[in-house]
Design a protein around this ligand. Structure first.
Ligand code: ATP
Length: 738
């Protein structure tokens, strides 16, 4: 005995709280029409989680609530509580007694409670399903619905049988797995589509990153080349600058020396030229001396002539003009003139020529005067005169010699000065050339230094650019030793290096990727995401494949259990059928699996055709058909059965199903209504038999059925429309039932 009691409060006609306590395996509920018996059966449906209002003869939740009568106000909620004895752990919950309660409010809200705790509907359904309670509802056969199993479609019928066989749990599991598989499928598609979406971006980023890697390699190469190049360049510029500085210094000091020397030489050269003070002074002095020499000579000649005359007077004592002017004297006079003239002839100096001419004029004048002024002198006087004149003449001659010597010295000095000037002039020219050369070299050195300065500027610019391009990697050039012979190599080698570097810079610039950190980061993130998705895909596919296995396994279990169960049901059915009909046969047969074409695959044709198509999941579904053959009747099939025969067949079927996998309890609402007396008796026997396996709540008007029950409840309806319940004896029951 699992079912202990059911309590109805405000449910349909049970306006007041009413409790049915079940103490027998078979309880019968009796009462007149409209007293509320079926409401009790519906109370079972309701509390077990029925969602179909129709099956509880209602349209909405509110219809289930006591509607009120003049004697009793309407209720705000309808509640049904069913109590199970769970000492054998029929329900998979760790309580000795389990109370399942459902309440519906006027706004249609439902509440489910399990031992007083609010739970979800699915928790209730799951718990009951584990004990083979609920499901397709074959265990609660409503009034007039006994042949529902006959009217059902093969598919529905199969579901009812599966339910009866306790396969619902497997079906639930299968449905759950299928739902998960569907979800996995959706997720697989989603993940694949995400990967497809990422793929082009990822491949773009991969290419970019490859380029960045290449650019980085190029940068590394550039750093190495630049460090080498800059180290060489720095060393070369430094060395070259120092060399040029020294060179410029040398040329500068040489130029200075040459300038000083040149000034000196120019002075020397200038001294030898006319117009310079020293030269003029010398020439002036020379002229003075030469004029004096002419004068001294003339005076000497005068003295000579006087001496001649004096010597003549001495000889003749008395001398006439004719005597004075002796022939030798005239000859002497002529010789003097001739000598002076020949002197002039050899002189370039105009002053000398003039002086000689003046001397000639004076000599002629004094000769003429000598001829007229001569006076006779005594011999003594004459003698004295001769002596005096001789002395005077000697003096003059001496003076003349001194002068001649001095003039000679002076002329030589003038010649020497001229010569020195000429030499100096030559030196000046030479020095000027040397100076020009030195200055040229100095200039060249300075120009080269200026060029070097711009090279240094370019070098610094290259360093800045290099730092901007390769960053910290560009410090090596300051430390790195330059290779041997680097400073003496041809500059074209360094130029080649510079060009190589420029080409490399252009390549890096053309790659146009900057430092690319952001791209590399994005690539690694996108790659990570793609890898994550790939792993996710593998997981999903693995779980999908596992789910498929589980589904296949479940299908196999369901199939096996179903086939096995069906075999037993058919065996039981055979017995019940013979018992009820006294012969004949009824059998459940699995239909040929129907292959339905997926709607997705055939999205063509007109709309009418589409009605034949069902969803893919219905593929290969095999329903259950019933074959019936009655004794003594040739015609077969459900269609030919009378109302009573249909009821008997249904009862046989329901009882067979209940026997194979007995549910803890069964509610049968006037299932026997259509039976004649003889069949009612058979039905009562079967109830007894069934009662040994399942607890039964039988609503009936039949005495035979009532007699089979261990306890009887009478339902009556009072004047105010409230159903009431009372325990009755069989004798009473018959009365109550009417
Ligand atoms: P029968 O023997 O003819 O099958 P029954 O005993 O099974 O009758 P029910 O069908 O259970 O009777 O009861 C129907 C009665 O319940 C009706 O009188 C109906 O008015 C009453 N009823 C149904 N719903 C409500 C409600 N919400 N409030 C009050 N009374 C209700």
């Amino acid at each position: 005995m699992y079912l202990k009691s059911i309590e109805l409060s405000g449910f349909k006609s049970f306006g007041k709280k009413t409790e049915l306590v079940f103490q027998s395996r078979i309880s019968s509920i009796v009462g007149p029409n409209g007293s509320g018996k079926s409401n009790v059966a519906e109370a079972f449906r309701f509390v077990l989680g029925e969602q179909s209002m129709k099956s509880m003869r209602s349209k909405k939740g509110e219809d289930l609530i006591w509607g009120g009568s003049p004697g009793l106000a309407r209720a705000n909620r309808a509640g049904v509580k069913v109590t199970f004895d769970n000492s054998t752990r029929l329900l998979d919950i760790d309580f000795k007694e389990v109370v399942v309660e459902r309440i519906v409010y006027r706004d249609g809200q439902n509440e489910y409670l399990l031992n007083g705790t609010v739970v979800r509907l699915k928790d209730v359904i799951r718990l009951l399903a584990g004990a083979n309670i609920g499901g397709s509802g074959y265990q609660i056969i409503s009034q007039g619905e006994a042949d529902r199993i006959l009217n059902a479609s093969p598919k529905e019928r199969r579901e009812m049988v599966e339910d009866a066989l306790g396969l619902k749990l497997y079906q639930h599991k299968k449905a759950e797995s299928e739902r998960k598989l569907l979800e996995s499928g959706v997720n697989i598609d989603k993940t694949k589509s995400l990967r497809r979406e990422i793929a082009p971006h990822l491949s773009f980023l991969r290419t970019q990153v490859e380029k960045i890697e290449k650019a980085r390699e190029m940068k590394e190469e550039l750093a190495v080349k630049l460090n080498d190049y800059l180290a060489r360049e720095n060393a070369w510029i430094t060395q070259e600058d120092s060399r040029l500085k020294d060179e410029a210094h040398v040329h500068e000091s040489e130029s200075k020396k040459l300038s000083v020397r040149l000034a000196e030489l120019r002075t020397v050269a200038g001294a030898g030229k006319h117009g310079t003070s020293k030269s003029s002074e010398l020439h002036e002095k020379l002229q003075g001396k030469e004029a004096r020499l002419v004068e001294v000579r003339r005076e000497g000649e005068d003295l000579q002539r006087e001496l001649g005359r004096a010597e003549g007077a001495l000889e003749a004592n008395t001398v006439t003009v004719e005597q004075i002017v002796a022939v030798p004297h005239v000859r002497q006079f002529a010789r003097e003139l001739d000598s002076t003239i020949s002197d002039i002839e050899h002189s370039d100096d105009i002053a000398t020529v003039r002086a000689a001419l003046a001397h000639i004029r004076n000599r002629i004048k004094s000769f003429v005067e000598g001829l007229s002024g001569a006076a006779p002198v005594t011999s003594h006087e004459a003698k004295q005169q001769v002596e005096e004149l001789t002395v005077a003449l000697a003096k003059k001659k001496h003076e003349q010699e001194v002068l001649t010597g001095e003039i000679d010295v002076m002329r030589k000095e003038i010649a020497r000065i001229r010569e020195a000037s000429f030499a100096a002039e030559r030196d000046v020219i030479e020095h000027e050339a040397t100076l020009r050369e030195a200055q040229g070299k100095l200039n060249n050195a300075n120009v080269a230094r200026a060029g070097l300065k711009s090279l240094r500027e370019r070098f610094e610019e290259e360093v800045r650019e290099g730092v901007a391009l390769v960053g910290a990697a560009l410090t090596g050039w300051e430390r790195s030793d330059i290779p041997q012979g680097a400073l003496s190599e041809d500059r074209s080698e360094q130029e080649k290096r510079r060009k190589q570097i420029e080409r490399l810079k252009i390549k890096i610039e053309e790659s146009g990727l900057g430092n690319g950190d952001a791209v590399v980061k994005e690539f690694s993130q996108t790659k990570e995401r793609d890898e994550f998705l790939a792993r996710e895909l593998i997981d999903l596919e693995t779980s999908a494949s596992k789910l498929k296995d589980i589904i296949a396994e479940l299908e196999k279990t369901i199939d096996e259990k179903f086939k096995d169960g069906l075999k037993h049901i058919n065996e039981a059915l055979k017995g019940f059928f013979v018992k009820l009909f006294g012969g004949g046969e009824a059998k459940l047969t699995i239909e040929q699996p129907r292959r339905k074409i997926s709607r997705l695959n055939l999205d063509i044709g007109d709309e009418d055709e589409e009605e034949d198509f069902v969803d893919e999941e219905e593929e290969l579904y095999a329903g259950l058909s019933i074959s019936v053959s009655l004794p003594r009747k040739k015609v077969k099939g459900l269609e030919i059965l009378s109302g009573g025969e249909r009821a008997l067949t249904s009862i046989a079927l329901i009882f067979s199903m209940s026997q194979v996998n007995p549910p803890p309890f069964l509610v049968l609402d006037e299932t026997d209504a259509a039976l004649d007396e003889a069949n009612s008796k058979r039905y009562a026997d079967m109830i007894m038999e069934l009662g040994s396996k399942s607890q039964l709540i039988v609503i009936t008007h039949n005495r035979a059925t009532m007699a089979a029950a261990g306890e009887l409840y009478g339902v009556t309806m009072s004047q105010d429309g409230v159903s009431k319940l009372l325990s009755v004896k069989l004798e009473e029951a018959e009365r109550v039932a009417k």
